[in-house]
Design a protein around this ligand. Structure first.
Ligand code: PGA
Length: 251
């Protein structure tokens, strides 16, 4: 693992402010001594401010789950990067497969989001990954190449290391069917090789694995040569499991 690993918890559409407060208060002491791993939580928009206040001075960063590429304007229901910066958010998930599948996010759209996040100093986590039918049809690599090339179309080669990629096979998300170590390593190495065609910085781009990561399987996934962290959904809703996953990055 060439860089400091990043473990991010994607809370999705879960947790009221009071529930989020309980979760972070249980999490902070459990991760306080985990030097050597970067930890982020991605609460829903409504809990961002409270989590930023609660995480202040801790080793937990607060990321958003989505952003709009325009600074402001007539985009009902959307949140801009200046708004995220304003509340103290330090990173953002871009192109999660649920956003792509349920909210029509396209590769082109993501291509405009990535440079906006980078220019604002947010740490983007760009999600890529194939469906089960694409994997069965042998299309995993062509799909990953298409998603990565499209999303990075407007990113300067010297900035590649500022983006984190999350390889998340859709069939592994929320299903309990984690990718095998071989599948995870192969896809993450392939993603890195695609980026390396355009930038020497790709060696330092953090590539996370996501999809049914648990306290039990995290350490071996995180030990894979091309896996530099994890994007965790369900297991990030428990302070015990999420802290154990973060600790797994150090083994
Ligand atoms: P999961 O979700 O850990 O619940 O599979 C991962 C994700 O969607 O990022």
């Amino acid at each position: 693992m060439p860089c400091v690993p990043l473990v991010a918890g994607n809370w999705k559409m879960n947790k009221t402010v009071a529930e989020a407060e309980q979760l972070i208060q249980a999490l902070l002491p459990r991760v306080a001594s985990l030097d050597g791993v970067e930890i982020a939580i991605c609460p829903p928009f409504t809990a961002l401010r409270a989590m930023i206040d609660s995480a202040f001075g801790s080793r937990v960063a607060v990321f958003a789950q989505n952003m709009h590429e325009a600074d402001h304007g007539a985009f009902t229901g959307e949140i801009s990067v200046p708004m995220l910066r304003d509340v103290g958010v330090s990173g953002v998930i871009i192109g999660h497969s649920e956003r792509r599948a349920y909210f029509g996010e396209t590769d082109e759209r993501l291509a405009s989001k990535l440079p906006v996040a980078l220019d604002a100093g947010l740490q983007p986590i760009l999600c890529v990954g194939e469906s089960e039918s694409q994997r069965l049809a042998g299309e995993t690599e062509s799909l990953l190449r298409r998603q990565l090339e499209a999303a990075f179309a407007n990113v300067e080669p010297e900035r590649y290391a500022d983006v984190a990629i999350a390889y998340e096979p859709i069939w592994a998300i929320g299903t309990g069917r984690v990718a095998t170590l071989e599948q995870a390593q192969e896809a993450c190495a392939f993603a890195r090789s695609v980026l390396a065609e355009s930038s020497e910085e790709a060696e330092r781009t953090r590539i996370l694995y996501g999809g049914s990561v648990t306290a039990e399987n995290a350490a071996e996934l995180l030990a894979l040569p091309d896996v530099d962290g994890a994007l965790v959904g369900g297991a990030s809703l428990s302070a015990e499991s999420f802290a154990a996953i973060c600790a797994g990055a150090l083994l």
